[in-house]
Design a binder for this molecule. Structure first.
Ligand SMILES: Nc1ncnc2c1ncn2[C@@H]1O[C@H](COP(=O)(O)OP(=O)(O)OP(=O)(O)O)[C@@H](O)[C@H]1O
Ligand SMILES: [Mg+2]
Length: 460
């Protein structure tokens, strides 16, 4: 009861308006109506239950609790994983908002740019291992953990690339927890989800070492040099999560508010080439050309492609969700290519709609793309060029993997086709498989079932 009195009307209308803007700027989208109803009600009174909110705001309780809430909590947790460092949900919301409110003058003017600026740089308190979330159980991935250890001890720049939800953040976060302190003195974890300018990022990295006050810089190059000195002095691992955001922002010239990728390339190249004892680890849904180039020219950069979980590890995810019919599990795992994110989400559907009976789910004869994943894939697809989309659409209508030659004529030239296919493979949207025919190796291209379903569902 005490709790209820403390929570009610803690923030004024103006402060609530400010907080909602901060959250929308952070999420980089406007709240949908139902989200606005939920978050608005809770900011007025954190003790309200879903039932009460549903009644007063005209939504069903199940919709708010089962769909709107989980998606919103997940999005907020992802965005604030570095600064709040615990999952955001209805019960932690009051603490999270308090944490957020402490960073802003809530009665000031609402200035989205200022908010953006403040959110991009989340100063850390100390030089310490910072990992993004409380660790989940990690199944499998022993080989990948070992490979990460090996690469980080040999290369100054490593990128870990893989599809949405394949486990890049989880794997790295486990590695940092288990081995980070053996191999490095300092681990700095940053999410690039807001696509900060390279300069802001470098400022932020320097500020971790608390040396900014004694030094002023006249150029970006000078700051970079200073950062290099810091990286020479100690063994530091810089993890940049959601690094594909900087490729996306800079690839769309119309939205190119942050200069170009040149400065990021410069940063990556510096870290790869200069003499120091630190490493940069980029986690990305998309390959970084700069890393590939540096690797090919035998400089100190390397890339790891992360694919789905091995069968046994994937089975453990289904077991954790107490699914039934183990003899049918492999079909589901194949359908979702062992992607742990998709398997986790789909297990919830199977549990709720089929009482966990996998055979009943398979009997429906359809692949279900969880909403959350569908949204992320669509965002990725929307950023593609027209020719990339044409190739994707053509592949979606094929019943079997196709060879390159079967796609001739789909777009205006073969060179456009090759470029599009390369981009699609690098985005992990298209898979390249090797098959042996007439004692020769042939390459065939195909879409993941999930991607195929999304394309066909959204094609004209
Ligand atoms: N090896 C694993 N064992 C069990 N669960 C896992 C494993 N890897 C990932 N997961 C789960 O799968 C989900 C997606 O993982 P994660 O967020 O690490 O993917 P990601 O590749 O970083 O995705 P994104 O591209 O969206 O950043 C999470 O819920 C995580 O708990
Ligand atoms: Mg991630």
């Amino acid at each position: 009861m005490m709790h209820q009195q403390v929570s009610v009307n803690r923030y004024t209308e103006q402060e609530i308006k400010f907080l909602i803007t901060v959250l929308e700027v952070a999420l980089e989208r406007k709240f949908e109506d139902a989200e606005f109803a939920l978050i608005g009600a809770l900011l007025h009174d954190f003790s309200l239950g879903y039932e009460e909110i549903a009644q007063t705001r005209g939504y069903s309780k199940n919709y708010l609790r089962g769909q709107v809430g989980p998606r919103l909590w997940q999005d907020l947790s992802n965005v604030f994983q570095n600064s709040f460092r615990q999952p955001i949900n209805k019960s932690s919301l009051e603490r999270f908002v308090k944490h957020l409110a402490e960073q802003f003058n809530l009665s000031g003017d609402i200035d989205a740019n200022q908010i953006r600026l403040q959110l991009k740089i989340e100063p850390s308190d100390a030089i310490a291992v910072q990992h993004p979330e409380t660790l989940i159980q990690l199944y499998g991935r022993d080989a990948e953990l070992a490979e990460l250890s090996n690469l980080l001890s040999h290369y100054q720049c490593v990128s870990l690339v893989g599809a949405i939800g394949v486990g890049k953040t989880s794997l790295t976060s486990h590695w940092v927890q288990s081995f980070g302190q053996n191999q490095f003195d300092v681990v700095i974890w940053r999410s690039l989800i807001h696509a900060p300018t390279p300069e802001l990022l470098v400022d932020d990295l320097i500020s971790v070492f608390r040396q900014t006050s004694s030094k002023s810089f006249t150029s970006f190059a000078e700051k970079l040099n200073f950062l290099m000195t810091l990286l020479q002095q100690q063994r530091c691992l810089i993890v940049l999560d959601s690094a594909e955001s900087i490729i996306q922002t800079t690839a769309i010239s119309a939205l190119n508010t942050y200069g170009d990728l040149r400065d990021y390339n410069q940063l990556i190249r510096y870290i790869a080439e200069q003499q120091h004892q630190s490493s940069l680890l980029l986690l990305s849904r998309q390959r970084f050309n700069q890393i590939v180039r540096l690797h090919h020219s035998k400089r100190s950069a390397q890339e790891i492609m992360l694919s789905g979980l091995a069968l046994e590890a994937a089975q453990r995810i289904l077991a954790t969700h107490q699914l039934k019919d183990p003899s049918s599990w492999d079909a589901v795992i194949k359908m979702y290519q062992g992607n742990p994110g998709l398997l986790t989400q789909i297990s919830r559907y199977i549990q709720t709609c089929f009482g966990g009976r996998v055979r009943h789910f398979l009997r429906c004869g359809t692949i279900v793309v969880p909403d959350e994943a569908s949204k992320l894939y669509l965002e990725q697809i929307h950023q593609l060029s027209e020719s990339d989309r044409i190739v994707l659409l053509d592949l979606a209508t094929q019943n079997a993997p196709v060879q390159l030659s079967e796609l001739y004529g789909v777009v205006k030239s073969r060179s456009t086709l090759i470029k599009s296919l390369t981009r699609l493979v690098e985005l992990c949207l298209v898979e390249r498989q090797e098959i042996e025919s007439d004692r020769e190796i042939e390459f065939v291209f195909d879409l993941a079932p999930v991607v195929k379903k999304i394309i066909l569902a959204h094609s004209p």
